[in-house]
Structures are given as structure tokens and as C-alpha cells.
Design a protein around this ligand. Structure first.
Ligand SMILES: [Zn+2]
Ligand SMILES: [Zn+2]
Length: 241
């Protein structure tokens, strides 16, 4: 289906607003909960690094993340322009099943894409010009969630473009998925391990990607390349111990 140019501008404005607002809400809430609330017992017991965030780091993370929201909004504004809303095909219990299956599919595809593209972004020949900005945060704050260079930001979401255009994923699934994605991303950068520590030894839950793992990634600048799960890191031997 060709892009409808008359709808590009309003769609870009709507999606830039959505991405920026959603980022500010997610990162801002995590900041308030984990760091502005100084007596939060979870932060006291489970902060991942001793050093305080520097004002310069937080400022850069905030500004570059808002720029990423702009890139995401502009890109998907063009991709979505003129596309109809895709409804679920079923109603009732079947709709719940259909919704869950599509959501699981997106999480699986994105988790795989993220692992491999992220691992490639750490190749010494690629890292300096693609992904180095994200790693200027050795001690990332929740505001680092979308702190990417412009090209890195495009790579982050490139996987979704063909799916939006050519795979009939219901629109409500995309919406819920996108909220889930930023939520999990912010948790990975919140500087505290919010999940129960016992989960890290649990036979099933240990396959999640814990905040501890992504924080280790920022310290070591290698290993733990996963996003939602630690599956690819475990299978490919890149899990940091
Ligand atoms: Zn990285
Ligand atoms: Zn990160």
C-alpha cells in the first residue's frame, strides 16, 4: 500500500507526542519511585552501583532520548500514514488468545532482533559510530532508556517497519507492546533490581533479562546483549557471570 502523504504530517506529530510523553512518563515514574523517594527500601537494598548519577549524564540521557522519540515518531509517522486500524479477528475468549499470541510473537521477534543487532553494534568496527553514545552512561539512570544516536535509534526499530506494513498484527497489540517495551527498557536502566532476587535462580523466571544484567552490560560494555529475555545470551555464551 503506498504512503498517503496528506496524512504524514499529522501522524508524525501524533506519534512524536506519543513516544515523547510515554518515555517521560515511564522514565519519570521510575526516577521518582527509585531515586527521588530517598527512603525507598528497595533502592537502599538493591541499588546496582554505589556512585550517584552525574547531572551531565542525566541531562545527556534526557536530551538524546527525546531526540530518539522524535526519530521514532517521524519514522513511524511515515510508515503508518494512510494505514487502516487492524482489528482483532475474533471476539471473547478467542480474542484474548489471539491477542496473547500476537503479543508473544512480537516479543519473540523483537528479543531476537535486539540480541543480534545489539551484539553487532558492539563489534569494534561498528561500535564507535553506531552505539557508543548509549554507553557514555556507565551508570545509567532511568532516563537512559532511549539514549541513542540517530542511526542507532533507526536500527532499534527497523525490524518493526516490514511487520507494520505487511503483517496483519492487530493495532491494539502494537499499542500494548509499545508500552510494554518502554516499561521493560526503563526497568533495565533503573539502577535498581526490582525483581525478587530468588527469580534469578528459578528454573523458568531466570530466563528473564534482569535489570542487573543490563546494568552489568553498561559496566563491562560487552555481554548480556538481551532485552526481554536472557535466552540468546545463555545459548550463545555471552551471559556475564
Ligand atoms: Zn550496548
Ligand atoms: Zn542500556
Amino acid at each position: 500500500m503506498p504512503v498517503d502523504t496528506t496524512q504524514v504530517f499529522p501522524m508524525v506529530v501524533a506519534l512524536v507526542t506519543l513516544h515523547a510523553t510515554r518515555y517521560l512518563l515511564a522514565a519519570g515514574s521510575a526516577w521518582l519511585f527509585f531515586w527521588a523517594w530517598r527512603a525507598n527500601p528497595m533502592t537502599t537494598r538493591r541499588r546496582l552501583q554505589h556512585a550517584a548519577f552525574t547531572r551531565e549524564d542525566v541531562r545527556r540521557e534526557l536530551l538524546t532520548s527525546l531526540r530518539t522519540a522524535l526519530v521514532f515518531g517521524a519514522l513511524f509517522g511515515v510508515v503508518y500514514a494512510g494505514l487502516p486500524v487492524v482489528p482483532l479477528s475474533h471476539t471473547g475468549a478467542r480474542a484474548a488468545l489471539e491477542f496473547s499470541a500476537w503479543l508473544g510473537f512480537l516479543l519473540l521477534v523483537h528479543d531476537t532482533y535486539f540480541y543480534w543487532s545489539h551484539r553487532l553494534a558492539h563489534h569494534p568496527r561498528v561500535f564507535p559510530w553506531l552505539h557508543a553514545l548509549h554507553h557514555r552512561s556507565r551508570n545509567p539512570s532511568p532516563f537512559a532508556a532511549l539514549s541513542f544516536g540517530v542511526l542507532d535509534a533507526v536500527v532499534q526499530v527497523a525490524w518493526a517497519v516490514p511487520l507494520v506494513r505487511w503483517v496483519p498484527v492487530p493495532s491494539v497489540v502494537w499499542l500494548v507492546f509499545s508500552f510494554l517495551a518502554i516499561g521493560i527498557n526503563v526497568i533495565g536502566h533503573c539502577g535498581v533490581e526490582p525483581y525478587p532476587l530468588s527469580w534469578q535462580q528459578h528454573p523458568v523466571l531466570k530466563w528473564l533479562n534482569f535489570a542487573t544484567m543490563h546494568n552489568q552490560h553498561h559496566v563491562a560494555v560487552r555481554g548480556n546483549y538481551g532485552l526481554y529475555s536472557s535466552a540468546w545470551d545463555r545459548w550463545m555464551g555471552t551471559l556475564l557471570r
